[in-house]
Design a protein around this ligand. Structure first.
Ligand SMILES: Nc1nc2c(ncn2[C@@H]2O[C@H](COP(=O)(O)OP(=O)(O)OP(=O)(O)O)[C@@H](O)[C@H]2O)c(=O)[nH]1
Length: 330
């Protein structure tokens, strides 16, 4: 399991370095807030039965390429994977359905494994600030709700910032998740308030409450790259006046198939994304999009959503995901 570091309880709240809530355009990289931290385990969440199998029938080596292409692995990867499977099956003399499933499971898990897939909650520079970006409807708010519940279950204190200030409903939705998870909500004082000032206030509240985590929900509009870049850049600078950004999580709806790829590329060009959250994996038979995205963007998938419920998410585990895809029963 990953090593997570959080604040030792029972200290005096840290003082916010500034009371100015209007962010300016200057970039001030905050020094890490050095606090005494302890190593903790967070509750386990697993992918469970959330991943749909690629196969409705016994695995047939000759059909594999087509099946992978239909599941959105992309043509190049589909050819590569099915060739590798054939080579390995010949080498090992594997031919039964169970043997082929095991080989394919291992092959996919190996290709999906990266060393940087853990959430960055170990630097000891608190509060850990997580920006959540992605297009409307991708599942940002739901992911924030699930993530904060999980952190609260692990006794981390969490402040949520509603920096999607243009839709009152978005703020209310985040408020509902804040209540359900037992997190503090920082809401805009008026509709259309500068998202960067809400981000600033969120970190300020996190510092004043001595909180471990601040998660900031952003609007996700993608009318044009320049506006998005300007808005996210301003949010970043506002946060960095008081804390470091631990993660920029890009939330992607896996049911969008190849359309998700174009959106993801646009966001990664402007948002300094550090990890991907794939939502709605329960609702797609095209789980290969996760594979395509991770390799095309060269970014780790860190979390996955497998349902609408508060516990329906998990750290991405290549092994469990591959098992689900090939319906491998160990
Ligand atoms: N089945 C399933 N549904 C999900 C999952 N994650 C989110 N949803 C649903 O997707 C819809 C959109 O989720 P939101 O969290 O509101 O998405 P958002 O990105 O915050 O959207 P905006 O607030 O419009 O920007 C909701 O109906 C969620 O319940 C998931 O992992 N599985």
């Amino acid at each position: 399991m990953f090593k997570f570091l959080k604040r030792l309880r029972g200290e005096e709240p840290a003082q916010s370095p500034s009371s100015n809530i209007e962010p300016t355009t200057s970039v001030v990289n905050a020094e890490p807030l050095v606090v005494e931290v302890e190593s903790v385990e967070l509750p386990k969440r697993t992918l469970g039965e959330g991943i749909r199998s690629l196969f409705g029938a016994p695995v047939d080596r000759e059909d594999l390429e087509d099946i992978l292409i239909r599941a959105d692995f992309g043509v190049e990867a589909s050819v590569e994977i099915s060739e590798e499977l054939k080579r390995e099956a010949n080498r090992q003399g594997a031919s039964s359905d169970a043997e082929l499933r095991l080989l394919l499971k291992d092959l996919l898990a190996k290709k999906l494994t990266r060393s940087d897939s853990a959430l960055n909650l170990a630097s000891g520079s608190l509060p850990y600030v997580i920006l959540v970006v992605g297009v409307n409807g991708a599942g940002k708010t739901t992911t924030i709700g699930k993530l904060s519940k999980w952190l609260r279950d692990g006794d981390w204190s969490v402040v949520l910032g509603a920096a999607d200030t243009f839709r009152a409903a978005a703020v209310e939705q985040l408020g509902t998740w804040a209540d359900r998870s037992g997190s503090t909500l920082v809401r805009p004082e008026r509709e259309g308030q500068d998202p960067a000032s809400v981000a600033y206030q969120t970190v300020e509240v996190a510092l004043s409450q001595n909180a471990d985590i601040a998660i900031i929900d952003t609007a996700g509009r993608l009318q044009n790259k320049k506006d998005l870049m300007d808005e996210l850049g301003k949010i970043r600078r506002a946060v960095e006046k008081q804390a470091q950004i631990a993660e920029v999580l890009l939330v992607i709806d896996s049911t969008m198939g190849q359309n998700a790829m174009a959106q993801a590329k646009a966001f990664t060009e402007v948002a300094e994304v550090t990890g991907i959250v794939m939502t709605k994996l329960d609702g797609t038979a095209k789980g290969g999009i996760l594979y395509s995205l991770q390799s095309a963007l060269d970014l780790p998938v860190k979390l996955v959503g497998v349902g609408e419920g508060i516990n329906d998410f998990a750290f991405f585990s290549p092994e469990e995901f591959a098992k689900g895809l090939v319906a491998y029963k160990s």
